[in-house]
Design a protein around this ligand. Structure first.
Ligand code: ADP
Ligand code: NA
Length: 327
């Protein structure tokens, strides 16, 4: 039995990218492994959040975790800020990090750019990776199922764990990344060379898991493609249509080859309709279950129990760390 940890930021509504790239795989681990799935709200506040919006996003994400089929009897679901060991080990990991290695992170480069100069770049954007390292290392994690935008962050997590182990003695397990073979990076529907993200300002670029069917169809119809009207896979030259093919493949479990054959001689109009339809059908049951959970007391209980369970394991690791460091 391996330990699995992953987190999602409540920085907006969950996207089809979050679901296909990461969350969908969570359900397959729950029967065989010790799983921790976290709502990383302390990562979300590395950029300003409106408090009521943040509260809602946390709750929506918790309800979605249940709606995709995670069973709280089998997995530990919790909110990061409710388990103070995350911030504590996060600080320790920050002290182990070097500014140069943090500045080299592409997520930092991308996100800091949007904030202009050093006097207006939130420092939390820079220290995001050591907090993420803490999230993972607290549970002695074996595997971190994430999309491939997180590769660098997992590498620095491994470096920090190794650095600590070398300096203070064997303490942390060195975690490995798990990315899906297809769908590790779902792209924006409007700029298919950019990843789909919940914080994209162009809302037609992103499919949200809670979008109404009509809206999904509308977004698909508007999706950027090329002028060839030929359904064939080429990530470089036909990024838009290839992204739609990847989505279709992931949801229907058909291979890219099968899709090419199936749509041989057919045009983008029909394909876009069909992609919309498979998305709508796939998320319909999730949306229905979501409605049952989101306002339930049961959800509060799950999160309270989850935090207690997580804290127990996290505290054991943190105690050992502090002891070794002389804290
Ligand atoms: P976002 O960038 O949408 O705010 P998060 O940082 O909360 O997402 O990431 C949550 C999970 O979703 C991570 O495992 C991340 O790798 C994955 N993920 C995010 N965007 C995508 C995408 N476009 N395609 C595939 N996986 C993604
Ligand atoms: Na991300």
């Amino acid at each position: 039995m391996a330990v699995i940890f992953s987190g999602v930021q409540p920085s907006g509504t969950i996207t089809l990218g979050n679901y296909l790239g990461a969350m969908k795989s969570f359900t397959k681990y729950q029967n065989e492994h010790e799983c921790y799935f976290c709502i990383v709200n302390q990562h979300a506040i590395t950029v300003p959040q409106e408090p009521n919006q943040l509260r809602n996003n946390i709750r929506n994400l918790a309800a979605l975790y249940l709606a995709i089929g995670l069973d709280p009897d089998k997995v530990t679901l919790f909110i990061q800020s409710e388990v103070p060991e995350h911030a504590k080990l996060g600080w320790i990991m920050t002290t182990l990090s070097y500014i140069g290695e943090l500045e080299r992170m592409t997520q930092y480069k991308d996100k800091s750019q949007r904030h202009g100069s050093g006097d207006s770049i939130p420092a939390g954007l820079l220290t995001y990776p050591p907090l993420m390292a803490a999230d993972i290392l607290l549970y002695q994690t074996d595997y971190v199922p994430v999309g491939d935008d997180q590769k660098q962050h997992i590498e620095i997590t491994r470096d920090l764990a190794q650095r600590f182990n070398n300096r203070y003695g064997e303490t942390f397990k060195i975690p490995a990344i798990h990315t899906p073979e297809v769908g590790a990076r779902i792209m924006s529907l409007q700029e298919p060379k950019k990843k789909m993200s919940k914080s994209d300002v162009n809302s037609s670029a992103t499919i949200f898991l809670l979008d109404e069917p009509e809206l999904i169809l509308k977004k698909l119809k508007k999706a950027q493609t090329d002028s060839e009207n030929r359904i064939s896979y080429d990530k470089e030259l036909k990024a838009g249509i290839s992204n739609l093919m990847a989505i279709y493949a992931l949801i229907t479990s058909k291979s890219i080859k099968e899709i090419e054959q199936l749509y041989d001689g057919k045009g983008y109009g029909q394909f876009k309709n069909d992609v919309a339809e498979v998305i709508i059908e796939a998320i319909r049951p999730i949306q229905e279950r979501y409605k049952e959970f989101v306002n339930s007391d049961y959800l509060d209980q799950v999160l309270t129990d989850g935090a207690a369970k997580a804290s127990q394991k996290a505290a054991a690791t943190l105690n050992k760390v502090e002891d070794l460091m002389g804290l």
